[in-house]
Design a protein around this ligand. Structure first.
Ligand code: UD1
Length: 419
């Protein structure tokens, strides 16, 4: 079994290029189901989740050609199946993003229900209700949802909670529906906006991107496009926090500073020095011990749940008491028990973790339980004295491109070892 071995206490220095965003790449791959022909996506991160999505589209009849510099040529003209099998959906919940586009394009889809995952129940009821409101007939049988509609019709859909993938799924479906769809209380994440912009370039008629109300007027047909994926704000946030954990300074290239406002604000409050150098570059420096701050995860533009585990590492080592409240997923504190193994003082009470900063963490073997928890444990390894080994790396490789290499180039002592 491969593990990452980290020798902590070495300050970072140099620069890191942030990859294209996983959570933008996946819905954009799904969007290629909506038009026939050759697409090109640029800055596609080389990640397990992206490979899983590619395999899923291959099952549906697509062909792919990977070029230099993370480019991907996608031929959607062989689309011949409408089924997303359980083996793939089980590996990655975001596979459910094919549901809306398949019904819109072929009039039918059969998609496995994802079931639970390490960070909570994560239902897909919003996706299903939305499609029903658009006139699809749904049947649940043998663990699959079967959706049929001759042509979807526009509808007014209200989300109880803003959901990222439900907004994306229904926005894609609505592009080819008959008439107007209004998505109320829609997600405003930059990845949703980026998908909407790609759909507009494909010929879709969408208004209100980045606001709570997204309005889509359906069109008969969309066309393939050549499109660049936005930088990964969660990866960028993770490297900002890597400096908070290890000390030193880093320049992050290929970022969109406006996507990082809540994150930069919180980290500055904790005492990190962060300068926006230009519209794609930020510089981060640590000077002395960080201060404890309270954190509450919220939908965008609030502090992202996908960085909750990582900021907990900084608070575990900061001067004072911090309350970290998780409002998005009910079971996203699996990393707490692992951080305690390194000497962190953390108590979970309901949806909050109460973190009392300790002067130093000490290395130990730990086990990653989900994607962001694995990044949190790598950061903890950078902060801790001595040696930390992180197992369960399949999670890390789902969402972080070459994290070990990027950190090593910045001076971290991190390498793969076989247990
Ligand atoms: C997306 C991201 C994930 C991130 C999450 C929250 C992708 C591929 N994944 O996941 O990295 O952690 O947003 O920012 O973009 N909910 C329901 N019913 C539904 C759908 C969602 O109750 O049908 C609830 C969820 O349980 C959760 C909340 O809505 O409490 C928000 O989840 P959602 O935005 O849907 O997360 P994902 O889109 O799955």
């Amino acid at each position: 079994m491969e593990q990452l071995e980290i020798k902590g206490g070495h300050a970072l220095k140099g620069s890191v290029r942030i990859s294209g965003a996983k959570n933008a790449a996946l819905p954009m791959l799904a969007a290629t189901l909506l038009a026939q022909g050759m697409f090109r996506l640029r800055d596609v991160p080389s990640l397990e989740d992206v490979n899983t999505f590619i395999r899923l589209l291959e099952e549906l009849g697509f062909t792919f050609d990977a070029g230099e510099d993370n480019q991907l040529a996608i031929d959607s003209s062989g689309l011949s199946s409408h089924e997303a099998p359980y083996e793939l959906v089980r590996m990655m919940r975001a596979s459910v993003l094919v549901l809306g586009p398949l019904v819109a394009r072929l009039g039918k889809a059969r998609v496995a229900l994802p079931g639970g995952c390490a960070i909570g129940a994560r239902p897909i009821d919003f996706h299903l209700k939305g499609l029903e409101l658009m006139g699809a007939k749904l049947t649940l049988k043998e663990g699959y949802v079967d959706a049929r509609a001759r042509r979807l019709s526009g509808a007014r859909i209200y989300f109880d909670i803003p959901s990222v993938t439900a907004t994306e799924n229904l926005m894609m479906a609505a592009c080819l529906a008959n008439g107007k769809t209004v998505l109320e209380n829609a997600a405003r994440e930059p990845e949703v906006v980026a998908l909407g912009q790609m759909l507009q370039e494909m010929g879709a008629n969408i208004r209100g991107l980045g606001t709570e109300t997204v309005v889509i007027e359906g069109v008969r047909e969309l066309k393939p496009v050549d499109w660049k994926i936005i930088p990964d704000r969660i990866e960028a946030g993770t490297y900002l926090m890597a400096v908070g954990a290890a000390g030193g300074q880093l320049i992050l290239e290929n970022v969109v500073p406006s996507h990082l406002e809540a994150i930069i604000g919180k980290l500055r409050e904790a005492g990190l020095s962060i300068d926006v150098l230009d519209e794609t570059t930020v510089k981060v420096r640590k000077r002395g011990r960080l201060k404890s701050v309270d954190v509450k995860t919220l939908p965008y533009p609030g502090f992202p749940t996908d960085l909750q585990a990582q900021i907990m590492v900084l608070m575990a080592n900061a001067g004072g008491l911090s309350v970290i409240t998780e409002t998005i997923f009910e079971n996203r504190f699996m990393h707490v028990a692992e951080l305690r193994r390194l000497g962190a003082d953390i108590r979970v009470e309901g949806r909050s973790a109460i973190v009392r900063g300790v002067p130093s963490l000490t290395g130990a073997p730990v086990m990653a339980t989900d994607l962001r928890a694995s990044a949190c444990l790598v950061l903890a390894g950078l902060a801790a004295k001595g040696k930390t080994t992180v197992a369960g790396l399949n999670h890390l490789n789902r969402g972080y491109e070459r994290m070990d290499e990027k950190l090593r180039e910045a001076g971290a002592r991190i390498r793969y070892v076989t247990a």
